[in-house]
Design a protein around this ligand. Structure first.
Ligand code: NDP
Length: 285
């Protein structure tokens, strides 16, 4: 039987309408949640991701400002701009769009953002809180993945999870969040020997590699839940994931499509974090 598609667009629409209600409630208490996105340079992929973030913010009623600087902005200037927003009470979320130009140290930038406004969930303090299971801003892609799995009623506790990829923004944190949900987690990466011997044992398989059609049907355990994080552009211009979707559909129980899967949920979780931040500010006021 063909797998059920976990529709990220549909789940996002539902979550966004719930967030819109929360935003109304926050506004009724006199606070307008606001997000600032800082972009350095003109990376076309970044511009497209930012358009998605703006659309989601507008959809739920969150104020959105884009601060767009030329490639020549220095690290010192960027750190000073972040500091201004850290101290600006009108903004509850600060996001610096990555990647940054090579002359700017990404770690220094991420660490400069106040952990209280770090709606991307990349600050080491928030990552530490996530690892120790505390309430915090969770990184958006991993948090969206957990929501997607839960949305179809799949029990995570006790499951064998295999994450292919160990980046700081996707692979590592998604494994950690699923561990927090009591899964048994294995990480695979470019130095893993005999990768498919691991993937074939996964009840939940997360592919975050960045290689088109990397995971084939034969690498998937029958009945597995397959989450495809990859976004790869083919020579034809078409987007595709890390998983051969048509093959996965024949083997898995659930599979996420690309586009329309993890991508929309990532943006929705950013909106969620911004609303959460505004609520935190309101509580403190
Ligand atoms: P990175 O390039 O930072 O990480 C890729 C990971 O894949 C690395 O850990 C790498 O291993 C591993 N890898 C590479 N080649 C192999 C291989 N042959 N076998 C096993 N593992 C391998 O990418 P990201 O984590 O940032 O992103 C992954 C994908 O997800 C990309 O396509 C990206 O565009 C997409 N993405 C999608 C998002 C969304 O919202 N939908 C959000 C963020 C990312 P090693 O560590 O050993 O190098």
């Amino acid at each position: 039987m063909a797998a059920t598609i976990i529709d990220g667009k549909q789940l996002s629409a539902k979550k966004r309408s719930e967030l819109a209600i929360e935003v109304e409630q926050i506004k009724a208490k006199g606070l307008v949640p606001k997000l600032v996105v800082i972009l350095v340079g003109d990376n076309p992929a970044s511009l497209s991701y930012i358009r998605g973030k703006q659309k989601a913010s507008e959809e739920i009623g969150v104020g959105f400002k884009l601060e767009h600087f030329p490639e020549t902005l220095t690290e010192e200037e960027l750190l000073a701009i972040i500091d201004d927003y850290n101290n600006n009470n009108e903004y509850h979320g600060i996001l610096v769009q990555l990647p940054l130009p090579k002359h700017i140290n990404e770690t220094a930038v991420v660490e400069k953002i106040s952990p209280l406004k770090d709606v991307d969930g990349f600050h080491p303090i928030n990552i530490g809180r996530m690892m120790t299971g505390q309430d915090t801003f969770l990184p958006c892609t991993p948090a969206g993945i957990v929501e997607m799995i839960k949305s179809v009623g799949v029990e995570i506790a006790g499951k064998n999870v295999v994450v292919v990829g160990r980046s700081n923004i996707v692979g590592k944190p998604v494994g950690q969040l699923l561990l927090n949900e009591h899964a048994t987690v294995t990480y695979c990466h470019s130095k893993t020997n005999n990768l498919s011997s691991y993937t074939k044992e996964a009840d939940i398989l997360v592919a975050a590699v960045g290689r088109a059609n990397f995971i084939k049907g034969q690498d998937i355990k029958p009945g597995a839940v397959v989450i495809d994080v990859g976004v790869n552009r083919l020579d034809t211009g078409k987007l595709c994931g890390d998983v051969v979707f048509e093959e996965a559909k024949e083997v898995a129980s659930y599979v996420t499509p690309v586009p329309g899967g993890v991508g929309p949920m990532t943006i929705t979780m950013l909106a969620h974090n911004t609303v959460q931040s505004a609520k935190n500010f309101l509580e403190k006021a």
